[in-house]
Write a protein that binds this ligand. Structure first.
Ligand code: MLT
Ligand code: MN
Ligand code: ZN
Length: 296
């Protein structure tokens, strides 16, 4: 199996266009690496690829990734696109794929409904881009030789569909994790997760690779930095650090490689020289970077 991290950042990326925080300024100055928004590409054979999430930065990400270039007058090695929720950082890039290329679009029925409710998404012509509703917990072939299984993880509806009250711990079709299997390997991709229940840790146990929600280091870091009123809990993202964080919740599992993805620009892990990076490394975690390739 081959996995390419196309984009490591959470919504907004690093630098975020309207943010002058120390991290965003450091990324503008070239002192820390920039991060485009959340997406990966996965292949079992190195020839046929599945895109998991289509970020607003997709065009730039495809240009930077030779494995995803056309290789012919018109065409693409991208056989399918799967979206794990309806968040803008995971679906806006679909509009970048409107040039009449044939591929399958996989999502849960609930997320397909969200996409279908937006008339702009009909730019992906139905005779070219087949909408494939995925039943939870049933394996399907997402690209030749590559099996995927979707499973619900704690989350919430997309920001733009929030009503007056928001359930931030929904477990259903609106937020899913993905299990990939190919060539005897097992890989998990979970870019959004509101907390780490025991059943989730048990499911991940024994994986070759885990790519997990690293949005925030601490639950209230955006509030304390003056960047906004929301905690991670309110955004549907478990923090990395702390007694209820993902480092603690996933400690002790046997996992080949554990890697944080979907990092917000407020997270000190975006700075390779931060003490938090060293702390995560000591706990066995790597931090993804754009263009990172993983071959489990
Ligand atoms: C998130 O992961 O919380 C979302 O990307 C927020 C957003 O849509 O901007
Ligand atoms: Mn996001
Ligand atoms: Zn910033």
């Amino acid at each position: 199996m081959r996995i390419v991290i196309l984009g490591t950042g959470a919504g907004g990326g690093l630098p975020q266009w309207n943010c002058g925080c120390a991290h965003c300024d450091a990324a503008r100055d070239g002192r820390i690496p920039p991060m485009t928004q959340s997406s990966i590409a996965v292949s079992a054979n190195g020839t046929d690829w599945a895109l998991i999430n289509a970020s607003p930065d997709l065009r730039q990400q495809l240009s930077a990734t030779p494995a995803l270039w056309p290789g012919q007058l018109r065409g693409s090695p991208i056989r399918s696109v799967l979206v794990t929720n309806g968040d803008i950082d995971h679906v806006a890039g679909l509009l970048t794929l409107r040039e009449g290329q044939v591929f399958d679009l996989f999502a849960t029925p609930a997320i397909h409904d969200v996409l279908a409710a937006n008339p702009m998404v009909s730019a992906l012509a139905a005779d070219k881009v087949a909408r494939r509703p995925v039943v939870m917990d049933q394996p399907f072939q997402i690209a030749p030789g590559l099996q995927a299984t979707l499973f619900a993880v704690p989350g919430k509806v997309p920001l733009y569909l929030e009503g007056d009250t928001v359930d931030t711990g929904l477990v259903g079709e609106q937020t899913v994790g993905v299990e990939f299997t190919a060539n005897g390997r097992r890989v998990y991709y979970i870019p959004g997760c509101a907390h780490v229940p025991d059943w989730l840790a048990a499911r991940i146990s024994g994986a070759d690779v885990l790519l997990f929600d690293g949005t925030l280091w601490t639950d209230d870091e955006m509030v304390r930095a003056g960047l906004g009123p929301k905690t991670g809990r309110r955004m549907g993202h478990v923090s990395v650090f702390g007694p209820e964080g993902s480092m603690a919740g996933l400690a002790g599992l046997t996992v080949g490689q554990r890697i944080y993805v979907h990092l917000n620009n407020s997270n000190p892990l975006v700075d390779p020289d931060s003490p938090q990076r060293a702390e995560a490394a000591a706990a066995g975690w790597q931090i993804a970077h754009d263009g990172m390739e993983i071959t489990p």
